[in-house]
Design a protein around this ligand. Structure first.
Ligand SMILES: [Mg+2]
Length: 304
């Protein structure tokens, strides 16, 4: 099963959205209209063995990641989190103490980002050895600019990433994918600094190559990336940095001048938005000296 193809099927077979759907599925968050106001909503889940490894990961970091993954999607829209719902299906032998620690960690993490957990659900697997599954749905409101979608990239835009990329798993699986900061404040700073010049944005969860291809596909453009500009973590090759995933940095396209830093966080120009390359051309083209590569497959796709 390929996640991307399944999602495309779900989107293509969905009926026409009601008029209250302001942003349909296919972005980091959807947006619906309440009476006169817009609300953004998204849900994400972590599964033991897939996104975390309970045998090596402290339960506090599991709870933290369950929340910060969803908050990273809020950042990708330059939106402001309001509240969250948390649901977990626990292994049969999980134990009261770990369950308490898990929910405490989710609540403390959500509180730290001013996003109270206001409800949820707990279930327990009946089958032995079924994994922990933890889902967090987050509600948000638009920030200083209208929510920044994946579909607004324009030919001539610069393509930028925040922070550094690659190696998030860490040598022992206990790396930055557990401890990253969702770029909420930085996304709002970008919105304030760039206004309508901030055209498209995504958080890098699958890897720069694959996530840039989501921007390119939704925007109907090609993204060209210069390999030597990619801000890799020290010692990493650009291919590793582009394809590792779980960086939870922001990738965005914008016109005109862009700040080089957001607080302490560097912002790097990595490429530009080009005319689409035609039906068989790559969505993401990476240039490394005289060589070019199809970057759109460089990243992590969940398969089973
Ligand atoms: Mg996302």
């Amino acid at each position: 099963m390929r996640e991307f193809e399944l999602l495309q099927h779900i989107y293509s077979t969905a009926g026409a959205p009601s008029q209250r759907v302001l942003l349909p599925p296919g972005d980091d968050m959807a947006m619906v209209s309440l009476t006169g106001r817009a609300m953004l909503v998204a849900v994400d889940q972590i599964v033991d063995g897939q996104h975390v490894d309970l045998s090596t990961t402290p339960i506090e970091l599991v709870g933290r990641k369950a929340v910060t993954r969803s908050l990273s999607d809020v950042a990708a829209m330059a939106a402001i989190p309001i509240a969250a719902l948390a649901a977990a299906t626990l292994p049969r032998d999980f134990g009261q103490q770990r369950a308490t620690a898990l929910f405490d960690a989710m609540r403390e993490t959500a509180d730290r980002y001013r996003c109270s957990i206001v409800g949820g659900d707990i279930a327990v697997h009946l089958k032995a050895s079924s994994p922990l599954v933890c889902s967090v749905m987050v509600l948000a409101e638009p920030g200083p600019v209208p929510p920044v979608t994946r579909s607004g990239a324009r030919v001539g835009d610069g393509v930028y990433v925040t922070g550094r990329l690659g190696g998030s798993l860490g040598p022992d699986g206990l790396g930055r994918h557990l401890t990253f900061e969702p770029r909420l404040d930085e996304a709002l700073q970008l919105g304030r600094a760039l206004g309508q010049r901030l055209h498209a944005m995504i958080d890098i969860s699958d890897g720069l190559g694959r996530d840039a291809s989501h921007l390119a596909q939704r925007s109907g453009v090609q993204i060209r990336i210069d390999a030597h500009r990619i801000p890799c973590h020290p010692g990493l090759d650009w291919r590793v940095a582009m394809s590792g995933g779980e960086d939870y940095e922001l990738c965005f396209t914008a016109a005109g001048d862009v700040p080089h830093r957001l607080g302490e966080l560097p912002v790097t120009l990595v490429g530009e938005v080009m005319q689409p390359a035609g039906p068989h051309g790559p969505l993401v083209l990476v240039r490394d000296g005289a060589q070019t590569f199809d970057g759109s497959q460089m990243g992590w796709e969940h398969r089973s």
